[in-house]
Design a binder for this molecule. Sequence first.
Ligand SMILES: Nc1ncnc2c1ncn2[C@@H]1O[C@H](COP(=O)(O)OP(=O)(O)OP(=O)(O)O)[C@@H](O)[C@H]1O
Length: 233
Amino acid sequence: MATTKSTLLGGLISAEKEVTIQALRHISLELKDGDRLGLLGHNGAGKTTLLKTMAGILPPNAGSVTVEGRISPLTSIQLGLDNEATGMENIRIRGRLMGFRDDAINEITPDVAEFTELGDYLDLPIKTYSSGMRMRLSFAVSTAFQPEVILLDEWLGTGDLEFRDKAARRLRQIIQDSRIFVFATHSRDLHRRMSNKGAVMDKGQILFCGELEEAFEFQDKLVADKAAAAAAP
Ligand SMILES: Nc1ncnc2c1ncn2[C@@H]1O[C@H](COP(=O)(O)OP(=O)(O)OP(=O)(O)O)[C@@H](O)[C@H]1O
């Protein structure tokens, strides 16, 4: 099997008859109550793939993932929206997709409707919505339930300035009330505010998992070592 020369970015690429990318390898990770784990790593390191695997969106072809409690992947929050259905109908559609029964959805619907501030638009098909209006709807319904485990791939910046502030407050609140939070972002500032541990990923592996500032140091050294190796004759 031919394996391409190692590069700075991405997972492990190998080529036989077809190109395959092993997005995750040798992952062993256990999280407990109170953990707020920041995922660090360059583009293509495997952060999103790990979040999707933890969420059950991508089943691993080896090994297993065990989650105790309700998990909410706040990734692809617009997934499953039906353009022809009204805003109100889409609240139900998203709620069902998130695994909730109709009585639970009925209970949160007034709050979701109010949070969106979409008023009469909620009775119109969402194909008539602007992208910001769609975000308001999908954000409001996706954050209406308090999950025990929250997985977040980049901070959700939604809608106009006023809505963004309100959305950020709500997002911070459900994260604070969650038991476990896993967060992928390139922003160290956000990690310092939201995470209490850091995991450094590279080519699909977790190379370091521990205290957040130590994770930053590990990542800086990894980048410096790679740059030195690339510059070597
Ligand atoms: N749909 C896909 N099909 C094939 N390969 C993919 C797909 N999505 C991601 N990959 C590969 O999986 C590897 C890990 O990608 P992933 O999106 O998990 O990285 P990431 O750390 O989240 O990157 P970024 O910081 O750029 O978001 C990369 O090598 C990428 O090329």
